[in-house]
Design a protein around this ligand. Structure first.
Ligand code: PHB
Length: 403
């Protein structure tokens, strides 16, 4: 929220300190909001899943964002940082209340969230109404940077369309002509399947059948039997987190691994390989990251994340890390003043970041533009195979900022 909407009850001393700082800034021709003059920290609200099937995803976004801030001496845009956390439970019905709590009650300067597309849509509505700055570090809901796009809504991760679309060509080129799809029935699954289908059917491929499971259920048996009966050439899927671990293991246990190749967006095997073990070997996916991307930013990031957490980085960690980088760029341009929105947004629009995932920039719809890689699981790693689609921008269908 803009600082002017805060209620301050400063002491006489801090008022005096603030006044002299204001005078100094005024001499430079700039009038920062009182919070900055008083050296107040920037308040960041994390609205992420800290429980449920997406717990690990939320935690890695959180850890990597903080890592980035620590690397900057505990500051973003020159200001110290204070965090507030809310567990959104990947529960869309609670999204509005949770978001209001951060924006209206906690009066955070920026909201960073979330993982689940349905929850993100609730957040986007509140952010639009309140003109609150929202940076989405995962959830791919196309509408967030499509019909619901706004100057104050940014996304550092992907739109659901982005990792799904290139796989249509990859699977067609691999010779698969009759494919089944399987996913959770909610925006992320539906939109990734739709993007895959768009490209796959354009190439001439045939969709045999689409299968859906309610989110976050993991009872796959009946649907795996259906796949075995239909015998498609291959399967395209989206699952993530704990659900992806179970799906990949069940697919192998059903005896399908060696007869019907399993593909998906890279979430199927990202951050999950330790738990999936041999059952994930050989799975090919498309995503905007691969573990062994050979660039200095990736090498440094993987090492720093390991040092901080003792864990291996994944795509969610990369997204959390890049979220802090983007915010730092915006805040620096605004002299640390979140109320100086135009300066912030102009700098964020112009940002060119050397991310661990490769070069990224931002579209007019405020969605990330990035390479989408084909990867294959080998030796417990998502290894780079090729660039499936270079510098891919979401089409931003329905976004007024983009037209
Ligand atoms: C989403 O709901 O948008 C979502 C969740 C988890 C992922 C990817 C997308 O890994």
């Amino acid at each position: 929220m803009p600082d002017k909407q805060r209620i301050h009850t400063p002491s006489r001393r801090t008022l005096l300190k603030g006044a002299s700082a204001m005078a100094a800034f005024a001499a430079l021709g700039r009038f920062p909001s009182p919070a900055i003059a008083q050296g107040a920290p920037i308040k960041i609200g994390f609205m992420l899943p800290y429980s449920g099937t997406y717990t690990k995803l939320g935690k890695y976004i959180d850890h990597a964002f903080r890592l980035n801030v620590e690397e900057k001496g505990g500051k973003l845009g020159g200001r110290t940082v204070e965090y507030v956390q809310v567990d959104d439970e990947s529960e869309p019905a609670k999204a509005t209340d949770n978001m209001n709590r951060l924006v209206a009650r906690e009066k955070v300067d920026v909201v960073v969230g979330t993982v689940h597309s349905g929850v993100a849509m609730g957040m986007v509505k509140v952010a639009r109404d309140a003109n609150a700055l929202l940076i989405i570090p995962n959830a791919g809901a196309n509408a967030a940077t499509g019909p619901m796009c706004a100057p104050n809504i940014w996304r550092t991760s992907f739109s659901n369309w982005q990792p799904g679309f290139p796989m249509g060509k990859v699977m067609y080129d691999a010779g698969h002509r009759n494919v089944m799809t399987i996913t959770w029935r909610y925006a992320a699954g539906q939109e990734m399947v739709d993007a895959f289908k768009e490209n796959y059917t354009k190439a001439g491929g045939n969709i045999v059948e689409e299968l859906y499971v309610p989110f976050p259920q993991v009872e796959f048996q009946a649907l795996l039997t259906r796949i075995a009966t239909q015998k498609p050439d291959a399967v395209f899927s989206f699952f993530a987190g704990g659900g992806a671990v179970k799906f990949v293991k069940d697919y192998a246990a059903a005896g399908l691994k060696n007869s019907i190749p399993l593909y998906g967006t890279g979430f199927l095997t990202d951050g999950t390989l330790e738990a999936q073990g041999a059952d994930a070997e050989g799975i090919k996916t498309t995503l905007h990251y691969a573990d062994d991307l050979d660039n200095p930013a990736n090498k440094a990031f993987i090492a720093a994340f390991k040092k901080k957490t003792g864990e291996d980085a994944d795509v969610y960690a990369v997204q959390g890390y890049d979220t802090a980088t983007l915010l730092d760029i915006g805040l620096k341009a605004a002299g640390g003043d979140v109320a100086a929105r135009e300066k912030m947004y102009a700098a964020m629009q112009a940002a060119k970041i050397d991310s661990p995932r490769g070069p990224i920039s931002f579209s007019k719809a405020n969605n990330v533009v990035q390479n989408v890689y084909l990867r294959e699981v080998k030796g417990g790693m998502n290894r780079y195979v090729s660039i499936a689609h270079a510098a891919l921008a979401d089409p931003a269908r329905g976004c007024k900022l983009a037209s």
